[in-house]
Write a protein that binds this ligand. Sequence first.
Ligand SMILES: [Zn+2]
Ligand SMILES: [Zn+2]
Length: 181
Amino acid sequence: MKIDLSDIVRVSGSFAEMPFEINMANVEETPLTAPITGKLYITSSSHVLMINGYLDTKAEMPCARCGEAAFVDVHADISEDFEVEPPQHHTGGPKVIEDDVEESCLFYPGTTDLNLEELLRQNILPALPIRALCTEDCPGLCTHCGTKLTKKSCPCQDEVIKPEWAELKKIFEKKKTGDGN
Ligand SMILES: [Zn+2]
Ligand SMILES: [Zn+2]
C-alpha cells in the first residue's frame, strides 16, 4: 500500500495519525496468521520526517522442540527518521533521502510515498521470536527414538527409568533379607 506523505512533508511541524489493518500472507518464509494492525504517528520538521508507531500480528513458526506449528503473537514498535529534500524546480516535489536505498527502499524512489508493506516487513522480521514453542511445556522429541512426545509416549521412557528402578529394587530386596536375619 502506497501512502503519500507529501502534505506532511511540505508543512514543517505537521502531524498525522494513521491506523492501519493490512493482510500479508507472510514475511520471508514465515506465514502470518492474522492481519497486521497498528498505528503510525507521522511528523515532519524541517528536513526530517519521523515515523513512529506499533504493529501487532500473529505468525506461525515451527516449534523449536517438536517441529509442529507454533502460533506466536508478534508486536513491534516502529521508530524511523528520514532526511527529506525540499521540492526543487527541476525535479518536482519533495523526496525522502534514504541512507542506503538498496537496503531499505521504504519510499518509492524520488518521492515521499511510503511503502507500508515494506515498513511492516522490516519491523516484523526482528520481532519474530528466535525459539517458538507450540506449548509452554512442549516435551519435544524422544532423544532415543525421535518419537514426538506431544502426540504419544514411546517405550524408551520406561527403559530410561528402569535401570534406576532396578537399583532401587535391589536395595530394597537387600534390606528385606537383612531384616529377615
Ligand atoms: Zn512443540
Ligand atoms: Zn523413544
